[in-house]
Design a protein around this ligand. Sequence first.
Ligand SMILES: Nc1ncnc2c1ncn2[C@@H]1O[C@H](COP(=O)(O)OP(=O)(O)OP(=O)(O)O)[C@@H](O)[C@H]1O
Ligand code: SF4
Ligand SMILES: [Mg+2]
Length: 376
Amino acid sequence: MGEADRRGARARGDGRSERSARGHVFPRRGGEAGAAPRGLRPVTSPPLLSVRDLAVSFATAEGTSVKALDGVSFDVPQGKTVGLVGESGCGKTVTALSILRLLPTPSARIDRGAIVFQGEDLLTLPERAMRQVRGGKIGMVFQEPLTALTPVYSVGAQIMEAIRLHERMSRKEARARALALLHRVGFPRPDERFDSYPHELSGGMRQRVLLAMALAAPPRLLVADEPTSALDMALRAQIMALLADQARELGMSLLVITHDLPFVAEIAHELVVLYAGKVVETGPPSRVLASPRHPYTQALVRSVPPAGSFRTRGEKRKALPTLEGSLPDPRRSPGGCAFAPRCPEVMDRCREEAPPLFEAEGGRDVVRCFLQGGAA
Ligand SMILES: Nc1ncnc2c1ncn2[C@@H]1O[C@H](COP(=O)(O)OP(=O)(O)OP(=O)(O)O)[C@@H](O)[C@H]1O
Ligand code: SF4
Ligand SMILES: [Mg+2]
């Protein structure tokens, strides 16, 4: 490698690991940009999932409708993990429910867009075919494991049922498979937990059981909506790591939806930042955390505790900068940039005109901000 190439590699951050501005170290992952020599593009397979220009609205009691998603586009590549992040109400769950075609009816309406999975637009599939996709090729893990599990059946019975739903086998075989799955998700002595009821398990254990059910027939894509938000800090990291390990072992793609920017950044190849129903920035976690480009992403990153800053008992919490204000009311869309009322960099133009997505990092990432387009 010549000196010029070495300089290029440094500029692109091609080392074995990178340190973000907050001190978090990110291992280099296969999916990140920058490995191809200049002028050549790596050969890539088509994404497993491609969400294109998705717009969803909800009917209100007053007979009007509010936009929940407005032109959301992103890809989940084969075998990679994508983290969908943003504050409460920005449209993360609506995105997940749209992919699974589980939006509440009749209030929700898909206004436009496509959700292409393995080359097929899920939005045009008959419901029967969609039922086979759900829980088959696409699995899901939701936020509150207690509501997702049936209280009157043992966890073993529920995992067995999930297995037998996808594959014909005897009860004995299904039990052996269920025990193996419990072991896989971190129960070292699964037979001791097989007959437990959900209420007898901790939150972290219940989340593991749900993951075991989702892996009963390993899906191509696992959608995990806030898989860790009901858990304490130590368990969050564990469950995220478990998700990532399983995805790697089984060659699954993962779409992880979360408020937990630092945790998802540890496992994701790509981050998609949503704000008020629109994508405002995409990029690999190392770049997004080290040099966020959109003022909203910058605020999100500033609110992440620096690495090693977890308090010891009795230590006073250091205040982190928080983002003032809240998401705009979706019933009133005054035009312009949705982030303008909270943006420290707002310009006159931002209040009148909605910014489009601009390319960044040589076209690899996108940012929805006029500052990125060079307009001041
Ligand atoms: N059933 C519904 N009826 C009406 N509006 C809804 C419904 N579900 C979601 N919305 C609206 O859609 C928008 C996006 O909601 P969504 O649940 O996707 O947010 P979220 O990003 O998942 O938030 P959280 O982090 O709190 O889970 C919000 O404005 C919300 O009020
Ligand atoms: S377009 Fe304007 S208001 Fe919106 S994020 Fe950029 S600078 Fe801020
Ligand atoms: Mg949600």
